[in-house]
Design a protein around this ligand. Sequence first.
Ligand SMILES: C[S@@+](CC[C@H](N)C(=O)[O-])C[C@H]1O[C@@H](n2cnc3c(N)ncnc32)[C@H](O)[C@@H]1O
Length: 277
Amino acid sequence: MLALTEPIKANLLQPLWLLKKSGEVGLPPQIRAALRATAWGRDTADERQSMAAIEAVRQTLERSDRVIQFVDYGAGDPAETLDDGEAEGGVTSDRRLGDLARIASKPPFWGRFLFHIIRHCQPKGCIEMGTCVGLSAAYIASALKLNKSGRLMTLEGAPALADIARGTLGQLDLTCAEVRTGRFSVTLDPALEAMAPVEFAFIDGHHDEVATLNYLEQIKPHLADGAVLVFDDIAWSEGMGRAWRQIAAAYASVELRNVGLVIFRQTTQGSAASDRH
Ligand SMILES: C[S@@+](CC[C@H](N)C(=O)[O-])C[C@H]1O[C@@H](n2cnc3c(N)ncnc32)[C@H](O)[C@@H]1O
């Protein structure tokens, strides 16, 4: 009998049960297969080796006492409201690299989730918003490498983090991934044009209600039919909860605790932003 690990119990057990109960309505078979692979750990030897290599890099990063300058163009704390100057110019602070790697990166379980989505959906053009030290990018790019096709462009505002992420991807020999430095307001459009038709996007930065809905509208024209979008931190703040509920009402979607997954269809596309109050 399979032993259930804490992350499965905490993150996927109830969502999987609800999906089964609802007949997994509207979910393509690749997504169902990816969710099951994440939950039950049915990895090939190659897959296990790729993920173990990423986790070894994570351990080194988490142990680092190096202090770096972190420019945050994001939403700050859940309860915080940045004024226009802070949102525009970013908030700069000195941070321990090990702390940033530990606090801001998706943990191994969710890395596996991204990895299996990419393995099962086989996307070509991929975008990530919010690179940090490059760990989720490494999971996405490692799966692309095993797929033997597809490219990732990952976007990071803080120059010091973007450099560290390049090191992470370089150590793992993930040449199918490229890190672009700068605010999303500057880097997103060129990235979308370079990667279109986008078949996968991981939106994991600037967790603000209006910004999230606007990014989706900006991404939409560049999406392939059937593209998979993963939104992180959908329960991070009340505003992110509202943004997610609008998105989930407009598209075929699955809610997995703090992570939301959307299947974009050209034919049934709605507008999450248009009915915003
Ligand atoms: C939660 S972290 C990303 C973690 C990463 N996806 C992982 O799991 O390994 C969010 C990142 O987005 C970046 N970010 C937030 N808002 C941004 C913006 N408006 N433009 C560019 N980068 C931004 C932050 O600097 C931060 O490194």
